[in-house]
Design a protein around this ligand. Sequence first.
Ligand code: ADP
Ligand code: MG
Ligand code: MG
Length: 363
Amino acid sequence: AKRKSVKQRDLQMKANQYNEEMRMLSDKTPDVSYDDLALGVCLHRGRFGDVYKGKLNDSEVCVKYFHPQQKSLFLTEKEIYSVLSPDVKTIVQCLACDECPQPDGATKYIVIMEYVSLGSLNSYLKSHVINWKEMCSMAKTAAAGIGYLHCETFINGVHKHAIVHRDINSRNILVRPDMTCVIADMGFSMKIRGSKVIRNGVEEHAEDGSLRDVGTVRYMAPEILDCAVNLRDCESSLKQIDIYAFSLVIWELLTRCTDLLYEPKRYMLPFEEGLGSHPNFETMRLHVAKEHNRPAFPVNMKRTDATQLLRETVEECWDTDAEARLSALCVEERFKDIDAMMEHKAGPEMSKNDTTDCEKRNR
Ligand code: ADP
Ligand code: MG
Ligand code: MG
C-alpha cells in the first residue's frame, strides 16, 4: 500500500507539473479579441461541431466551434497544437484555442486556424483532376506532416512526444493553392511512447477499448476491424494504423491523376465502389480484414517504372502485416523518387499536355 501511495504521489506531481506547463502555454497564446472576429460562410457542419470561414483583423481565418458536449475533443486539439512547432508547414497552423463563456452560462470551445483556401483534399478531388507533379506534391507534403507528428524530437531544448493522428482521411487533409497539403483535425490524436499513452502529462498503459472506438470506419486498418491491435508496442501499432489510412488517401490521389490515366473516372471514396456510401463496421471487417480486399487500381493505368513504384508504395502501406508497412518518412522519400523518375521520363509531350489540358483538368 505504501508503494502504491508513493506512485500515486509521483503521478500527482507529474500531473501538477503538466498543468503548470499547460497554463504557461495557454498564457503564451496571443490574446484574440473576439470583437474583431467576423464569421463568414459555414464550411462544415459535423457531428462534433461546425467550421466557419472568418475574418480576424483583415486576415482570413478558419474557426472551428465544438459542440458544448465535445469539450474533450477541444482539449485534445488544444494540447496537440500547443506542442507543434509553428515553423512546420505541413500541419495546419493554429492561431488560438479558447473557451468563451456565453451569456446563457454555456461555454463555447473554439479553435482559430489559418484558412486553407482549397479546402479538404476530398472536396478538391471531387471537382478537380490533378497531374503527376500535383499528385507527388500532395502525397509528399501530407506524408511529411504525418512523419512530423510521428517523430519524437528535441528542438531547442523543447521535447515533442511522438503523436499518432488516428483519423487520417481525405477530409482531414487540406489543400493549399500551391498544391501542398497540410494535416488537420487533431481531435483524436494522442501522445505516445512505447506501450504508454501520455494523458494530461502522465504516462498510462494503453487500454484496448480506448484505442479502438475512434477514426473513420472506411479507413480502419484490418487489425482494428479484427480487434487485434498489438498493444505491447502501441506506439508502432498506431503509427502503422495511420499509414494504412494514408495508403487509401494516396489511392484516392492516383485515381484522379491525368498523367496516369487518360480519362480519370469520377472521384470515389475508397471502397465506395462495392460497399457504397455508408459501410458499417461489420461490412468493413468482412471485406478488409477477413477477405483481405483493397481498392482496385484503375485498369487503364499507364505502366512505367514510376507508376510501378507508386503502386508498390501503396501496396506496402496497406499490407495486412502492419509491421511490413512503410514509415511516413519513407513514404515521403518514395514520393521524391517517384516524382524524379517521372520527370526523367516525361518528354516534351508530357509537358505540353500539362499546360494544354489545364482547362480539361479543372472540369
Ligand atoms: P471535424 O472534427 O468535425 O471533422 P475538421 O477539423 O475535420 O472537423 O473540419 C471539418 C471540415 O472543415 C474539413 O473537412 C474541411 O473541409 C473544413 N476545414 C477545417 N479546417 C479548415 C481550414 N483551416 N481551412 C479550410 N477549411 C477547413
Ligand atoms: Mg474531420
Ligand atoms: Mg474530428
